[in-house]
Structures are given as C-alpha cells and as structure tokens.
Design a protein around this ligand. Structure first.
Ligand code: HEM
Length: 296
C-alpha cells in the first residue's frame, strides 16, 4: 500500500504542475467486450481494512478541521540555506519529551522523603524492570537537554534570530533556558545521596551570593535553616509540577511564534541591498524570514 493512502486528501502535499496523475495513463478498456472484473469479498474486505487508518483520520479531520492547521505547519516555507543547525530547537524539544516521559515512570517508584528517597532510587536501579535503563536515560538526558538548549541558543544568536521581529521569542527562550537549568538543579537533590546533598548545599549557597535577591532566593530554596525534609519536598514539587508546567506553556508560545514569524535565513544568504533602496530595506528583508527568499 502506498504511504499516500494513509494521509487524508486535505493533508497530502499538493501536486506540482504537471505532476498530477489526473488525465494520464492508458485509455480505459472497451467496457462492452472486456468488462472490469468484480473484486471478490475477501479483496473488498482487505481493501477496506487498508483504507481504515485514512478513514479514521478523515473522520477526525471532518470534525476538527485540523488538516488546515497541520498543512500550514508541515508544508510551511523555510528560507533558502536552512541547514542542520535548525534542527537543534527540535532536538531540545525531543530531549524535553524524553525527560517528561521517563520522569513520569520514575515518579511511580520514587519516594520524596529524606529517609526513603535513596532506597527508592536503589530499588528503581536494582529491582524494577528496566528501572536502571529509564533512570539512566533521565539522568544523562538532563545533561543532553542542557547542552542542546545552549547549542540552540548559540545558533539563534549567531544567525541573528534574536533581532526584530523575534525579540519576544528570544526573551521566551531566555526564560526557557533558566527553567531548564532549574530542572537540572532541582533534580540533582532528589536521589538524596552524599553527592546530591553536598552539590545542593553548594548550589544553594551560590544562589545566596546573588545581589539583592540572592539571600531571599537561597532561603526559599533551603526552606529552613538546614537542607532537610522540607527542602526535598520543595525541590520535588518544583521539579515535578511547577517548572515542567511552565516549560510546556512557554514551549507552546515559543513554537507559535516560530510558526507565525517563520525562521531567520542564515546570514550568508540574506538578500543583498538593492541600489537605491531605503536604508531599512535590508533589515526588513532579514526580519521577514520567510519573505522574498523563501523556498520549500
Ligand atoms: C526548552 C527549550 C527550547 C525549545 C524546546 C526550543 C524550541 C525551538 C524550536 C523547535 C525552534 C524552531 C526551529 C529552530 O530554529 O531550531 C526554535 C526557534 C527559536 N528559538 Fe528556541 N527553543 C528552546 C530554547 C530557546 C532558547 C534558550 C533561546 C534563546 C535564548 C531560543 C530562541 C529561539 C529563537 C530566537 C528562535 C527563532 C529562530 C529563527 O527565527 O531562526 N530558544 N526554538
């Protein structure tokens, strides 16, 4: 079965001129002398079974009109010169999805109490089916996400994507960066072993050295005079609920703006300023992203 059959008609990529199959191929057979063979029942049933996924998608589409949105999203034009560096944002998103998924499974077995946290992690690693694998993915995945978010920020910075009209998306990105670091920091305490305990002492003290708000921030994080049960509960709720919720909402806004504004062309394919053009012409062309230089 061709893959196209699985995609409802409105979602299929529109045929380019001359590509369409309509009106091509051999002329129809003489229907009087050689009538078409009727398909057997088995053929008809297997035919409908093959069409079922496309039918289900079409059923949902008729009731949601989602295909218009998806077609705009999937077939939107991107600037000439788009390259592998543009995948870093999606890679960060993928890393976040992996963290969220593995985190849900870890939360099924983790106990956020000073007396049981370490033992619950040991239980996950030693006894739970695929536990050490899922824990390892989450632990290494946090570093992967932090590295990717920095690389993605570097790409947007060096390609000038922070300039008009994408300043707001840059600001949302900065908040996402801080939230990603907060996830890594609050997650580190959760195993409650010697290393995570003392690393958190250092981290909280570093926060306390910040100007004006620093001491308040470290008091808030410690949740008491010493790191203890209340600190662990606070870190757990920040790590599990507060920050992931904020990240999901901000990623939504971030991607909405990416789709709305398009991506920035690499600096080396920006349109040259035409002779006699207004002084802002080049800026406008660069800011328009999908503008004149668009290609599929
Ligand atoms: C959880 C973290 C983040 C996720 C999941 C994310 C995701 C994405 C995705 C999928 C894109 C479109 C594809 C691309 O250009 O790579 C994008 C674009 C963009 N991101 Fe992020 N991003 C994150 C963090 C950041 C950070 C930290 C910054 C900067 C401080 C940032 C600034 C931008 C900008 C300015 C664009 C527009 C790029 C352009 O116009 O070419 N993002 N982001």
């Amino acid at each position: 079965m061709k893959l196209d059959a699985l995609i409802p008609a409105p979602l299929r990529r529109p045929a380019k001129p001359g590509e369409a199959k309509v009106g091509r191929g051999p002329a129809p057979a003489d229907l009087k002398s050689s009538p078409p063979e009727r398909p057997s029942d088995a053929e008809r049933i297997s035919g409908s079974a093959k069409e079922a996924p496309a039918d289900v998608l079409a059923w949902v589409d008729q009731r949601t009109a989602a295909s218009g949105f998806l077609t705009g999203l999937l077939y939107r034009k991107v600037p000439k010169g788009t390259n592998w560096f543009y995948t870093l944002g999606s890679a960060t998103l993928f890393a976040f999805i992996v963290q969220a998924t593995t985190g849900v499974f870890l939360a099924m077995f983790y106990t956020p109490s000073t007396s049981d946290a370490y033992a619950s992690i040991a239980h996950i690693n030693n006894d739970v089916f695929l536990g050490s694998f899922v824990h390892g993915m989450h632990k290494w995945g946090s570093s992967v996400m932090v590295i990717l978010v920095f690389l993605h920020m570097g790409r947007t910075f060096f390609f000038g994507a922070y300039k008009y009209p994408r300043e707001l998306n840059w600001v949302i990105g900065v908040v996402l960066l801080i939230l990603t670091m907060t996830m890594a920091f609050t997650g580190y305490l959760l195993p409650f072993d010697q290393r995570s305990f003392w690393a958190s002492v250092v981290g909280i003290n570093i926060n306390g050295t910040g100007p004006v708000l620093g001491p308040y921030l470290s008091d808030f994080l410690r949740a008491g005079p010493e790191i203890g049960a209340t600190t662990l509960s606070r870190f757990y709720s920040i790590h599990m609920l507060l920050v992931p919720g904020a990240i999901i909402a901000l990623i939504g806004a971030h991607l909405y703006l990416v789709v709305k504004l398009g991506t920035t062309a690499p600096p080396w394919v920006r349109t040259a300023k035409p002779k006699g053009a207004s002084p802002t012409a080049q800026l406008d062309a660069a800011g328009s992203g999908n503008g004149g230089q668009a290609s599929r």
